[in-house]
Design a protein around this ligand. Structure first.
Ligand code: NAP
Length: 279
């Protein structure tokens, strides 16, 4: 199952998330196992501090580089020089000479800073050091500000998205701009297994002899969303990957859509601590 981005780059719709996967043996074994199971899309970030092990697992998998889609994210806004340096460090750690998708991890509260960072991303794209560029945690108003000066429209926006926060208005806006939406935190920090979500999702899971995690992933896939569930547990890595074979029907999708409560469990981009830098 692939998604074609606005610039024609094809990416596997289901990938492995690696937030809070510790560098070293855990990240190495997790990514190696995921690649063995069939994942071909790995989501990491400079902030996760595990790019080195992710890169080593990719090398040791012996899968050709062009068959694996790697996303990484710029740690923080800074001077162009500093940001270029951290990009080059990512390439070294990941043991590659290009990144498939490079994202601004968080918007800054100062739009000029976001615009400056984006112009660096555009330069990296033009130099073919990245195959696609995008943003993460950008709300509509932050994208509108970015587009005031952008010469390339971001190809992806990775945001918190799960059955408790379906991001309906944002997705509608992104669709209108041909920006692909990507979900993070699909399990709502465990919330999908409990309360109104757990109750409704377990009924659907039982109906399909599947698990709640698989139902959530299949829901996102059917809605055309990029999904990157994280697990360090071998069985769950496999379980999550098998969600691509689960076919939910329209009534299942509607039931899950009705679980939307605008419930954010990660940081709100409009109230993040990432303010203007002073360098
Ligand atoms: N751009 C951003 O700002 C941002 C923010 C957050 C996340 N992300 C990305 O999105 C990815 C996914 O988000 P996330 O890692 O925060 O959360 P998540 O994927 O929603 O949930 C991960 C948690 O769910 C557990 N889990 C995984 N599969 C399961 C299953 N089949 N059954 C029951 N529990 C299961 C994992 O446990 P075990 O690992 O112990 O198995 C872990 O505790 C991240 O890894 C990262 O790549 C991006």
């Amino acid at each position: 199952m692939n998604i074609t981005l606005a610039n024609g780059v094809v990416m596997p719709q289901l990938g492995l998330g690696t937030f809070l996967v510790p560098d070293g043996n855990v990240a190495y074994e997790t990514v190696l196992h995921a690649l063995k199971v069939g994942y071909r899309h790995i989501d990491t970030a400079q902030m996760y501090k595990n790019e080195e092990s992710v890169g080593q697992a990719i090398i040791d998998s012996k899968i050709p580089r062009d068959q694996i889609f790697i996303t990484t994210k710029q740690r923080g806004h800074s001077t162009v020089e500093n940001m270029l340096k951290s990009f080059e460090e990512s390439l070294i750690k990941l043991k590659t000479d290009y990144v498939d998708l490079y994202l601004i991890h968080w918007p800054n509260h100062d739009k000029k800073i976001n615009q400056q960072t984006w112009s660096l991303f555009e330069a990296l794209y033009r130099e073919k050091k990245v195959r696609a560029i995008g943003i993460s945690n950008f709300q509509r108003h932050q994208i509108e500000d970015l587009l005031e000066t952008a010469t390339i429209v971001p190809m992806v926006d990775q945001v918190e998205l799960h059955p408790g926060l379906s991001q309906v208005p944002l997705k509608k806006y992104l669709d209108s701009k041909k920006i692909q939406i990507e979900s993070y935190g699909p399990f709502m920090k465990g919330g999908v297994f409990e309360g109104i979500w757990g109750e409704a999702l377990s009924l659907i899971a039982n109906k399909h002899q599947a698990t709640i995690a698989q139902v959530v992933i299949a829901w996102g896939l059917k809605k055309g969303i990029l999904m990157i569930p994280k697990s360090v547990t071998k069985e769950r890595i496999e379980e999550n990957f098998k969600a691509k074979d689960l076919r939910l029907d329209d009534s299942d999708i509607q039931t899950i859509d009705e679980l939307n409560r605008g419930k954010r469990v990660y940081t709100d981009p409009d109230n993040s601590p990432w303010g203007p830098y002073t360098e």
